[in-house]
Design a protein around this ligand. Structure first.
Ligand code: GRF
Length: 218
């Protein structure tokens, strides 16, 4: 089955990681040996650092990988252009930032804006940035969760695709950030798999802040 995003079969995904890559693994598991059924397949995995479990998972799955480290470039814009070029080589229909801990720049967004997806471990627009779980705990919220959204030129500010809710309980002390993050990640992996699959299978249209699924090209 062709995806509305690609006339040549399942949509092509490039996934970007920085860490353990459990969200990447969830996508790999969901696609399994039926990319046609899922509507998408991963064509490459990129990272901003070496020696991470996320890259090992990609290699185990037999996928090509690439690494673009900021410190290897004279300026941030050069790193951004290199990341954009490395990603473009795999001609992705969608790019998924799955725990990729870098803010991309102008060139990357020029190439992949409107098809670059991020997953964030808080209910945006609350608690954007690198410490969403910690900040939500410190604020004393009773519910938090995760948000899958398109990336724009702000920090975690792009149009929202899907959100999942996780309760914060009396047991969640400020020291318990890791435990709460694990509970969020359980919800987050399912949310990401479902959101990417739906975008790929049904198509989508972004209208201002609203993401409409199943309305490709309208
Ligand atoms: C996720 O919670 C993501 O939202 C956050 O970092 C975590 C990445 O986890 N930015 P993993 O590398 O997919 O296991």
């Amino acid at each position: 089955m062709a995806s509305p995003l690609s006339s040549a079969g399942p949509a092509r995904l490039v996934v970007l990681v920085s860490g353990s890559g459990t969200n990447l693994q969830a996508l790999l598991d969901a696609i399994g040996d039926d990319p046609e059924g899922y509507g998408a397949r991963i064509v490459a995995v990129g990272a901003d650092r070496d020696n991470i479990t996320g890259l090992e998972r990609a290699e185990r799955a037999g996928l090509p990988t690439f690494v673009c480290r900021v410190k290897d470039y004279g300026a941030r814009a050069e790193w951004d252009a290199a990341l954009a070029a490395a990603t473009a080589e795999y001609r992705p229909d969608l790019v998924v930032s799955a725990g990729f801990m870098k803010i991309v720049g102008k060139e990357f967004l020029a190439g992949f804006g409107g098809r670059f997806i991020n997953t964030h471990p808080a209910l945006l627009p609350s608690f954007p940035g690198a410490h969403g779980v910690r900040d939500a705990l410190a604020y004393g919220v009773k519910v938090t969760g995760c948000t899958v959204h398109f990336v724009d030129d702000g920090v975690d500010t792009g149009p929202i695709i899907a959100q999942g809710v996780v309760e914060v309980t009396e047991e969640d002390t400020p020291e318990g950030e890791a435990a709460l993050h694990e509970r969020i990640k359980e919800v987050e992996r399912k949310l990401l798999v479902e959101a990417v699959g739906r975008l790929a299978r049904d198509g989508y249209r972004i209208e201002g802040r609203k993401v409409h699924l199943g309305h490709v090209g309208e």
